[in-house]
Design a protein around this ligand. Structure first.
Ligand code: SF4
Length: 423
């Protein structure tokens, strides 16, 4: 289908105006003009990358191809317009873009490159060298699109008051905001601050008539806050209704009703003290900290795709979590945590999970947060085999330089022997 992209530069203050244009402007993406133009869909997305996060964006493999397509700015609003023909879609985009100072209309061949920025939102904001890691927490809130600009400005002010930095991206056409915030979830004081922030953010969202969860579930992360949105009378009714159908609380207990506190089962928590193990690799992107490297995985599950990506061939063959990038990352996290896995570098569960990893580097390229399992595996195996006999293949490949010298000295039989033995 013919597609035209427009990319609007500037900060989120322009979002509201842009949306107003889309609702009532000359392109009139709803009502009668839909049929006139044959428009099939509209989609508005925004990725706001703070200046401080640009460094991470520049690390992305697609950045050189995209850099010159974007106007200057701290963030970009992307809108996709579909139409019956390329000319119609292009004309509609030109009319909308004409009202903005910093706007570009791009052709359909440029579209996939630009969308890669939106898809990189998580990766570009989760781990930025030299900055604190960010966490979901206040992820996925939503307000009516017409009120989005005001909501975002107040959310920014709230983050500033708590000393938080938040990168914002999401489906702004639907008013849904994704964000990761650099909250401290590993100390008692930090978690108390996080709890206060979550409560105030929920009050803010409700004041705008919004929802605490735009497209994902409330789960445990926000269930405690649901009375703010629905009122305690309605939440009590939820609980009574659930008790009728599930009197023994067998189904999804302590999630939406009778929920655990939002800070009850944090992955890190106040007692998180990962083992500080000596490593051969520097892990400079993660502050030289192997624990930070293996906790990059945020559980998106892109490594569990069954086709269409390089990542992760061992999962595609086995369909088992422990043989996915995510499963391996979590086992390494537990190795360092020491609660569930106690064997350290000699833990057989981790060895088993890494055995089928092909070190193909697919995850380093395709994983949105850049988990580099091939490197973690090399680190683990160097310790696993320390003062142990390695498999024969490790010696034939690892000592290849001696074989190569032998082959160059006698380029007849020894070369043939070397190649055959190496195979
Ligand atoms: S390096 Fe290992 S974990 Fe990563 S995609 Fe390849 S097989 Fe999967």
């Amino acid at each position: 289908m013919p597609t035209v992209f427009e990319v609007l530069g500037g900060d989120h203050l322009e979002v509201k105006r842009m949306l107003a244009e889309l609702e009532s402007g000359p392109t009139a993406l709803t009502g009668a003009n839909d049929s006139q133009l044959g428009l099939r869909k509209k989609m508005v997305e925004e990725l706001i990358i703070e200046e401080s996060k640009h460094e991470a964006l520049e690390e992305m493999y697609f950045w050189p191809a995209v850099r010159d397509l974007l106007p200057d700015g701290g963030g970009w609003l992307l809108a996709e317009l579909g139409a019956g023909t390329a000319e119609q879609a292009d004309a509609a985009a030109q009319r909308v873009a004409g009202d903005f100072e910093h706007a570009r209309v791009l052709g359909e061949d440029e579209a996939p490159q630009v969308w890669a920025i939106r898809e990189s939102g998580l990766g570009a904001t989760a781990r930025v060298p030299g900055q604190r890691p960010t966490w979901p927490g206040w992820e996925d809130s939503a307000v009516a699109p017409a009120r989005l600009g005001d909501y975002l400005r107040e959310l920014r002010t709230l983050c500033d008051r708590f000393g938080y930095h938040a990168a914002l991206y999401g489906h702004f056409g639907q008013g849904c905001v994704h964000t990761r915030i650099d909250s401290d979830l590993a100390s008692t004081e930090g978690i108390a601050t996080f709890r206060s922030f979550m409560t105030e953010a929920a009050q803010l969202c409700v004041r705008y008539g919004g929802s605490l969860s735009g497209e994902h579930g409330d789960g445990q992360a926000r269930a405690e806050l649901l009375p703010l949105m629905f009122g305690s009378e309605l939440v009590t009714a939820f609980a009574e209704f659930k008790r009728i159908w599930d009197p023994d609380a067998m189904m999804n207990p302590r999630k939406v009703v009778d929920a655990d506190p939002l800070d009850a089962n944090l992955r890190l928590g106040p007692h998180y003290r990962p083992r500080q193990l000596q490593t051969h690799f520097a892990f400079t992107e993660d502050g030289g900290d192997f624990a930070q490297a293996v906790s990059r995985c945020v559980g998106v599950g892109a490594c569990r795709a069954h086709s269409g990506t390089v990542m992760c061939p061992s999962y595609q063959a086995t369909r088992e979590e422990e043989h996915s990038t995510r499963g391996r990352a979590h086992l390494l996290f537990e190795l360092l945590n020491g609660d569930e896995l106690t064997g350290g570098w000699r833990d057989p569960h981790v060895k088993d999970a890494l055995d089928l990893c092909m070190s193909c580097k697919g995850c380093k390229h395709d994983c949105p947060v850049g988990v580099d399992m091939a490197r973690y595996k090399a680190e683990f195996l160097s310790h696993w085999y320390s003062r142990r006999v390695r498999p024969p293949a490790a010696y034939t490949m690892g000592l290849m330089m001696y074989g190569a010298r032998l082959a160059s000295a006698a380029p007849g039989g020894s070369g043939t022997f070397f190649v055959n033995s190496a195979m």
